[in-house]
Design a protein around this ligand. Structure first.
Ligand SMILES: Nc1ncnc2c1ncn2[C@@H]1O[C@H](COP(=O)(O)OP(=O)(O)OP(=O)(O)O)[C@@H](O)[C@H]1O
Length: 216
């Protein structure tokens, strides 16, 4: 079963020229793919289409073997795909790190005790226990990036989508991130302008060029 199967996607923002014209891509279980292309090519737009935040004018999106058409279909997609946004501030909104990491599991119906166990488990795995009780908005940019990844992993997603995950990371935290990603079993789709990072995590993938996706 394909985790993601996009076929012939066409998309334009209202009143503007086309961003995607016949884009197709597939993601298989355990696969790690990168998505590259110049600034403004439409990478973030494509990720938003996958998550059902933008609707294509033409084409089909299947996730986990099911065609997604209605908004309700994408609720399941958003539960099963963990999306790490480009800007951590869009994703962290609780007073403390522990509360931010617990938010997703609590939302999925876990008890307070279960959620706290998940918080300690995920933060320990990522080597971030020292940040557990810190005030989220006072963290550094790099710390926020890693905490964002913790909030996403706490929900045990089946696929991870990472938009420029190495932004704001110093060499130590860059190394920590690559170490974490290599350990994960989840399929990964990552957008990154960093060739060293792509070579390490997802050397294969798609190039978004002339509004289409080419396998590279
Ligand atoms: N909400 C919007 N309304 C109108 N146009 C938009 C909107 N969001 C993006 N665009 C335009 O759509 C095109 C694709 O943008 P997108 O953000 O998907 O590119 P990208 O490949 O992710 O770029 P980058 O590498 O700079 O992050 C750009 O020309 C951008 O200006």
């Amino acid at each position: 079963m394909l985790l993601l199967d996009l076929n012939n996607i066409h998309f334009a923002y209202p009143g503007l020229g086309p961003v995607l014209e016949g884009a197709s891509m597939q993601l298989e279980p355990g696969q790690r793919l990168s998505l590259v292309g110049p600034n403004g090519a439409g990478k973030s737009t494509l990720l938003k289409i996958i998550m059902g935040l933008l609707a294509p004018e033409q084409g089909t999106i299947s996730a986990f073997g099911k065609t997604c058409t209605r908004e309700a279909d994408f609720h399941e997609v958003r539960r099963r795909i963990g999306f790490v946004f480009q800007d951590a501030d869009d994703q962290l909104f609780c007073p403390t790190v522990a509360e931010d990491v617990a938010f997703g599991p609590l939302n999925l119906g876990k008890s307070k005790q279960e959620a706290l166990a998940i918080v300690d488990n995920v933060l320990t795995r990522l080597g971030l226990m020292h940040l557990r009780d810190r005030v989220t908005h006072k963290l550094s940019g790099g710390e926020k990036r890693l905490v964002t990844l913790a909030t996403v992993l706490a929900m045990e997603p089946e696929v991870l989508i990472l938009d420029e995950p190495t932004n704001a990371l110093d060499p130590e935290n860059y190394g920590r991130l690559t170490g974490i990603l290599k350990e994960l079993d989840q399929a990964i789709l990552l957008v990154s302008h960093d060739p060293e990072f792509r070579a390490e995590i997802a050397p294969d993938g798609y190039h978004l060029k002339d509004r289409e996706l080419l396998r590279v």
